[in-house]
Design a protein around this ligand. Structure first.
Ligand code: FAD
Ligand code: ZN
Length: 469
């Protein structure tokens, strides 16, 4: 790359927004998990769609690859540059405007660099709900959420990021702007381009804005915590909760005992309700009527679940503050795990009906291979998504554990996932982490179509190379 490119980038966005070494760029070069340490040729921070297009055109002219980055909270190494020092990181963080809220159409149009929490708050200020919710919501961006088709805790009721997106504005690898910002719920005019860009992890173009679905705010949101003796019991509780609460059931998270033990160890000030539970379930209910009816409905559900033997013990949150504390416990698990040390993460989807048997078999296979191995198993049971993470035996060296065991552990887990008809990436995406694995696990015909699409849209291969395909 020549200085000419830097000059063109500075002309496109202003010199203050082109960051180059020796300035410290580590916040953009290193991922959240600290697994990948890349080196950027430059970090460019455009503030408008036109500036994004100018940056992409400049990079294309100089055959320089572009790594789009939002909040850099991704867990698969998709948003950080490679080690070669020749890639331009395009940070979307300055594309941060809420362009429009159309309450009558139940839509909002926001720019890609809006932090998810900011999107939720902008909707709430109009009495509306944008339901995408995940533990990184204070720092991840809506562009990153769409690029990874993020899931989170409300998928069983509202779907994932793709289901919440009606329209997109995209800068193509050639630096053209596609204005597909539509708030239509029906539009059958050919191929689903929006669906294609959602989940493309920056490999097909740069999402600069999106039109999102919003919903009326429920009158009350309440939570409860239940102790179950097995995953079968959790699944029994889920079936009962679905039958009794129907669309009112907006969250159903499970946590194994070890994942909560880690939370207690690293965040000792957090309370630990139901301390002896083998499995702890966090249920959330949204109610159009109000808190009193919601709580009554929860109590009746949990009594029935106790009688049916699904639940051993339960508590219903008595206030919004208590509800928040229960969610805080759940959302602290990834942070507690990061404190505990590197681990082998699996973000898997399975039919809910297969999850108990999958875990029984896979837990046993892992323990036979690595006696004493510790499983941090938690996630969104309501939509069949587990974070099935494998941590070194107590006292073990995490780095050595990864080096010695990651390939075999992945083989054991992913073989089982495949045998049960599951997916090796439920919500985090493919990135660098699972690119190789995908080649072995996805049908050849599907991989061929993916490569053809990539080649058609990005023939120079400049958009986030080395990721996904
Ligand atoms: P980044 O990390 O910056 O980028 C992610 C990918 O998207 C990269 O490939 C990048 O190139 C691409 N990208 C980013 N912005 C754009 C854009 N505008 N156009 C094109 N490509 C782009 N994920 C879940 O799905 N569910 C969870 O429950 C969840 N919980 C999490 C909890 C924690 C504590 C953390 C750290 C992460 C969690 N994640 C979860 C993963 C992560 O937060 C999500 O994947 C999030 O959507 C990434 O957003 P981001 O803005 O940080 O994207
Ligand atoms: Zn998750």
């Amino acid at each position: 790359m020549t200085d000419l490119l830097l000059d063109e980038l500075r002309a496109a966005v202003g010199a203050a927004h082109v960051l180059v070494p020796p300035e410290d760029l580590s916040a953009y070069e290193r991922d959240w998990r600290k697994r990948w340490n890349g080196r950027a040729r430059a970090v460019v921070r455009p503030a408008s769609t036109a500036e994004v297009a100018a940056v992409v055109r400049a990079c294309a002219r100089h055959a320089t690859s572009v790594v789009p980055q939002g909040g850099n909270t991704g867990l698969v190494g998709g948003g950080v540059p490679g080690a070669g020092g020749d890639q331009v990181v395009l940070s979307t963080r300055r594309l941060a405007a809420v362009r429009e809220i159309d309450a009558a159409n139940l839509t909002m149009t926001v720019e890609a660099g809006c932090v998810l929490q900011q999107v939720q708050e902008a909707a709430a200020a109009q009495g509306l709900l944008f339901p995408l919710s995940l533990a990184a919501e204070g720092s991840c961006t809506i562009g990153g959420n769409l690029a990874t088709n993020a899931g989170g805790t409300q998928v069983l009721r509202f779907g994932n990021a793709r289901d919440l997106c009606l329209g997109l504005e995209v800068v193509t690898p050639q630096g053209e702007i596609w204005d597909g910002l539509s708030g239509l719920r029906k539009d059958n005019t050919g191929y689903d381009l929006r669906g294609l860009f959602v989940g493309s992890e920056g490999t097909l173009g740069i999402i600069t804005a999106a039109t999102l679905k919003v919903f009326p705010q429920p009158a009350a949101v309440t939570t409860a915590l239940a102790a179950c003796d097995s995953l079968e019991a959790c699944a029994g509780l889920l079936a009962l909760a679905r039958a009794r609460l129907d669309a009112g059931l907006t969250g159903f998270e499970v946590m194994n005992a070890f994942s909560l033990e880690l939370v207690s160890r690293h965040f000792p000030t957090l309370p630990r309700p139901l301390p002896g539970a083998v499995w702890t379930v966090l249920l959330e209910q949204s109610d159009p009527e109000g808190e009193a009816t919601a709580r009554k409905r929860f109590e009746a559900l949990l009594e029935a679940a106790l009688e049916a033997g699904h639940v051993r013990d339960a508590v219903v949150a008595e206030s919004l503050a208590q509800s928040k504390t229960l969610w805080h416990l759940r959302e602290s698990i990834p942070l507690a795990q990061a404190e505990e040390g590197l681990n082998i993460k699996h973000d898997i989807a399975l039919p809910v009906s297969s999850i108990p048997e999958f875990c029984r078999r896979t837990d046993a296979a892992l323990d036979a291979h690595i006696p004493g191995v510790r499983l941090v198993n938690f996630g969104h049971l309501g939509d069949g998504n587990l974070h099935y993470n494998v941590q070194a035996p107590a006292g073990g060296d995490a780095r050595a554990f990864l080096r010695d065991h990651e390939p075999k552990v992945n083989e054991i887990v992913y073989d089982a996932v495949q045998a049960f008809g599951g997916s090796i990436s439920a919500e985090h995406g493919v990135g660098q982490l699972k690119r190789e694995e995908l080649q072995h696990r996805k049908p050849a015909a599907a991989l061929q179509m993916m490569r053809s699409i990539k080649l058609a849209l990005d023939p120079q291969g400049l958009m986030n190379p080395g990721r996904v395909v």
